[in-house]
Design a protein around this ligand. Structure first.
Ligand SMILES: N[C@@H](CCC(=O)N[C@@H](CS)C(=O)NCC(=O)O)C(=O)O
Ligand code: FES
Length: 107
């Protein structure tokens, strides 16, 4: 399967999808760790996470998919949200919590 099609399916399969370096329990970059921490602070228990360090085609493919040059990348309900800076800003403004509530993944 084409990598862009694979990404499309991954993003459609779960309400919250994070492309990151490492895993939620063992992030291998501070930017990825920051997004995981913010999601947990929002009260999110579970989300889909893909480790781009285990798949070079995914690491490159995800940059093309969103036309965004860096990892991490967060998607909510199929929509690209942003990387660590944007996620942090949206958390501080409360916008991220709103999006997660709308997605039905928060209590
Ligand atoms: N300011 C970015 C920081 C992320 C970033 O700079 N990521 C770099 C280093 S981890 C990256 O993905 N570089 C390309 C690569 O490693 O493939 C954000 O808000 O997410
Ligand atoms: S791996 Fe070095 S900044 Fe992310």
């Amino acid at each position: 399967m084409d990598i862009q099609e694979k990404i499309r399916q991954q993003i459609a399969a779960d309400p919250v999808v994070l492309y990151m370096k490492g895993t939620p329990d063992f992030p291998l970059c501070g930017f990825s760790a920051a997004v995981v921490q913010v999601l947990r602070r929002c009260g999110l228990k579970d989300f889909a996470a893909y480790n781009v360090l285990e798949d070079e085609s995914l690491r490159q493919g995800i940059k093309e998919y969103a036309n965004w040059p860096t990892i991490p990348q967060l998607y909510i309900k199929g929509e690209f949200i942003g990387g660590a800076d944007i996620v942090r800003e949206m958390y501080e403004s409360g916008e991220l919590q709103e999006l997660l509530k709308e997605a039905g993944v928060l209590a």
